[in-house]
Structure formats: structure tokens, C-alpha cells
Design a binder for this molecule. Structure first.
Ligand code: HAM
Length: 423
């Protein structure tokens, strides 16, 4: 037997319904705020991620699926979406369109990570990017979209944590202070952090090794070594969010695991998954597009990990989607088959889910099958129903049935399914 690749998943029905439902909500909220979908390749030149995400990040140094194609070009399965959006923005001259540009995306990303709950090697992200606005209001809008989306799904226990990374110009001052504080313990850092010490000391802040975390916990938080402009920017974001009634918690040590961020960074954590398995990450990346050879265009955005989001979906949303009632259409005898599909068509076009029995089961076997698929009702078409243009509508919970005119079937069925309050 051939098995799936480690770290990938088969999303089976009915679980897949949750994915479709979550994506439908995302489409509605994102497009409502003006974010239009951009669909990008899963394969990009490796250099794109090296130059954007950063050479010393875990993603680039350990987790990418990189290979040479048949002509020897180094390609990488995208580990995230923002770099591709920035590349596409430059390559397609999207700076010519009215700014700011609001884009959304979703789809698979690939990172060679150690498997655990909520951590996969192929996972899906749903994200938005707001490109061409440097104001705090842009960050506020992005967080508002995020909040609206999560609220619409019924979440009430998620926490948005936010921090100020300052500007790249603030980094040397921070790094000097940070290294001076850490110097007495330098030898205790893990081998990766020994390398990061010179290459990219900021990355020591998101090392997952326990001892490194302990040592870092006593150093001055990055948010305390930022310029007045950066401080004012993030404070304006916080007061904007406060004005909209969106609670956020300051997390002065939050740095995120990607190099392109500056000023505002944020994550969404769930009490169910803990602080290490975040649901969403995002922030401002004003230098990314210019670093990749484009114009100086500020931008901000986020990406939600869809696998994790679905893992902790509120029960109310989950039930509403998974308990969607369905109807079994049961033709008895050859003459009834075409009529059965015609009834199914009418039901489906009126928004009622209908499964038609198409294997030639007897009525008894058909009713058993209807029970197995947890149909709420059965529409039975026998010889006399066909000749009289009627149908039997059977309530499968109460085991009661009525014979109704064929055109009244949707009405009866709708009443039955609606009476459950979960149509
Ligand atoms: P990220 O924090 O690396 O940010 O990823 C965003 C989200 O993807 C995470 O918060 C997490 O929920 C999910 N995720 C990451 N790795 C895995 C995994 N191995 N298994 C399951 N889920 C995972 C970014 O990717 C940025 N591009 C976000 C962004 C957009 N910043 C600005 N715009």
C-alpha cells in the first residue's frame, strides 16, 4: 500500500465541509473589505525566500522543500505567501493600479517541520496583504478584518498579541544592548544561536530551545529600543483598535520567525493550542518590496493557519456545518429512477441537500442506507406515486409519512429540515 507523505493530510468528508465553510466566510469578509483574491504559484525560485524570509530563519535554513529542476534551477515549494505576493506585485506592475492594493490568498504552504498537533509539512494558509499604505490605520484595518473573520466563525477565546519591532535603523542599537546583556551566557546558547550571534542575533529571540528561551527572557525587550516614530506608530495602532473595541495584549518579546517585519507585529493564540502553536501571524513589512527590487512600497498583512483554525473551531460553528440536514430520495422500481433525480434536482436548486439512491436497492435497504447517511427525511417514489404524480415524504426521526403532490415535496421537506433549526 502506498501511504501519504509524512506531514501531509487527507482532508475527508464530512471534515472537508468545515474547510469549505471557513473559506466561504473568509471570502465574504475579505471581499467585503475590498480584498480580492490573488492566485500564485506553489513553486518559486529559492532565492525569493532567502531574500525575503531571511537566510538565518528556521524556515529558510531548515524547513524548505528545495530542489533542482531538470535544468538545475533551484526551486522551492512556497513556505509562506507574502514573498510570492511581493514578487507578483513587482513583476506584474501592480503599483500602477490604484493604491493601496488589497489582496487575499489561500492555499497550501510547505515546511519541513517536526510533526506534532497543529504542525504539518503541507498546511494551508488564508491571508490578506494591504500594500501601499504606511499609516497605522492600515494595520488597524488588517486587524479589524482578522477580528471580523474570527468573530464571524464564533470565536470568543482567541487572544491577539501585538508588539513593536521598531525600524531596521533601530536594530543596531537593540542588538548592541541585547548582545551586551547576553554576553556572560553566550557559551550556554545552542549551536544554532552561536551561529546566529554574528549572522542575525534577532533570530536568537525566537529560538525554541529551552535554555536559549530562559536566557533571552532576562534581556531588554525589543519594543523598548525603538525610535519615537515607530513607538508613535504602534501606539496609534493600539488606540485605533481600542476605539473599535478590539482587545489586544502587548507582548514585548514577540519577534516572529521571519526577517521582513518592522514596527507592528502580531499573532493570534488560542488557549486550546497554547502559545507555541499560533493560529495567525502578521505584521508590517515596509521594506520587503524594495528589498526584492521593487519601489519603496509599505505593506502590512497576516496569514492564518487554516489547519489550526479548524482544529479549534467553536462547537456552534462546527455543529451548524456538520449537522446540515440531508434528504434521501428513494426510487422503487426502474420507472422511478428518472423521477428521483428530477426530485433531487428540484430540492438542490431550492437549497436542500439531497442524496439519490442510484444502486437499485429495495425500499427496506434504501431506508437502511438513508439511516446510515443520517438523512433527516426520505422522499419515496414507488409505482403508484409515479403514476399519480405524488411522492411520499417520510420523517425519519419520527417514522411518520405523508403522501404529497410532487411539486409540494420541497415545501414539505423544507418544513421538516427547518424544524430542526439547523437548515
Ligand atoms: P507565519 O507565522 O510563518 O507567517 O505563518 C502564519 C501561520 O501559518 C501561523 O500562524 C500558523 O498558524 C500557520 N503555520 C505555519 N507553519 C505551520 C505548520 N507547519 N503547520 C500548520 N500551520 C502552520 C507567515 O507565513 C507570514 N507570511 C504571515 C504574513 C502575511 N505576514 C504579513 N502578511
Amino acid at each position: 500500500m502506498i501511504r501519504k507523505v509524512k506531514g501531509t493530510r487527507d482532508i475527508l468528508p464530512p471534515e472537508s465541509r468545515l474547510w469549505v465553510a471557513v473559506e466561504t466566510v473568509a471570502n465574504r469578509i475579505f471581499s467585503g473589505f475590498g480584498y480580492e483574491e490573488i492566485r500564485l504559484p506553489l513553486l518559486e525560485p529559492t532565492e525569493l525566500f532567502v531574500r525575503s524570509v531571511g537566510e538565518d530563519t528556521d524556515i529558510v535554513s531548515k524547513e524548505m522543500y528545495t530542489f533542482a529542476d531538470r535544468k538545475g534551477r533551484s526551486l522551492t515549494l512556497r513556505p509562506e505567501g507574502t514573498a510570492g505576493v511581493a514578487r507578483a506585485y513587482i513583476e506584474n506592475g501592480l503599483g500602477q493600479r490604484p493604491q493601496p492594493l488589497r489582496l487575499s490568498y489561500r492555499g497550501p504552504m510547505f515546511r519541513y517541520e517536526k510533526m506534532q498537533r497543529g504542525r504539518y509539512r503541507q498546511f494551508a494558509q488564508i491571508g490578506i496583504e494591504l500594500i501601499g499604505a504606511s499609516t497605522p490605520q492600515a494595520d488597524v484595518e488588517v486587524l479589524l478584518v482578522l477580528h471580523c473573520f474570527l468573530s464571524d466563525l464564533g470565536f470568543d477565546d482567541l487572544v491577539i498579541v501585538l508588539n513593536n519591532l521598531g525600524d531596521p535603523e533601530d536594530r543596531p542599537r537593540f542588538i548592541e544592548k541585547f548582545k551586551a546583556e547576553l554576553e556572560p551566557h553566550r557559551a550556554e546558547l545552542c549551536s544554532d544561536c552561536q551561529r546566529r550571534w554574528n549572522a542575525n542575533p534577532l533570530r536568537i529571540l525566537d529560538c525554541k530551545v529551552t535554555r536559549c528561551r530562559e536566557l533571552v527572557a532576562d534581556t531588554t525587550p525589543v519594543a523598548e529600543v525603538v525610535s519615537d516614530e515607530a513607538r508613535a506608530h504602534v501606539e496609534a495602532v493600539e488606540s485605533g483598535l481600542d476605539g473599535l473595541g478590539i482587545p489586544v495584549r502587548r507582548s514585548p518579546r514577540l519577534v516572529r520567525g521571519i526577517d521582513y517585519y518592522l514596527r507592528t507585529v502580531f499573532e493570534v493564540v488560542s488557549p486550546q493550542l497554547g502559545e507555541d502553536t499560533v493560529i495567525c501571524g502578521g505584521g508590517r513589512y515596509d521594506r520587503l518590496i524594495s528589498d526584492l527590487g521593487g519601489a519603496q512600497v509599505p505593506a502590512t498583512g497576516f496569514a492564518i493557519g487554516e489547519d489550526r483554525l479548524i482544529d479549534v473551531l467553536p462547537g456552534s460553528f462546527r455543529r451548524r456545518i456538520l449537522e446540515r440536514p440531508t434528504v434521501a430520495v428513494l426510487p422503487i422500481g426502474d420507472a422511478a429512477h428518472a423521477a428521483a433525480l428530477a426530485v433531487a434536482k428540484t430540492l438542490v436548486t431550492q437549497g436542500i441537500s439531497a442524496h439519490t439512491e442510484i444502486t437499485g436497492r429495495s425500499l427496506k435497504a434504501g431506508l437502511k442506507w438513508a439511516a446510515k447517511i443520517e438523512a433527516r427525511a426520505a422522499v419515496i417514489l414507488g409505482e403508484s406515486e409515479i403514476s399519480e404524480n405524488t411522492a411520499i415524504v417520510r420523517d425519519l426521526e419520527k417514522s411518520e409519512q405523508v403522501t404529497v403532490a410532487r411539486e409540494k415535496v420541497p415545501e414539505y421537506v423544507a418544513e421538516l429540515t427547518a424544524s430542526d433549526g439547523k437548515s
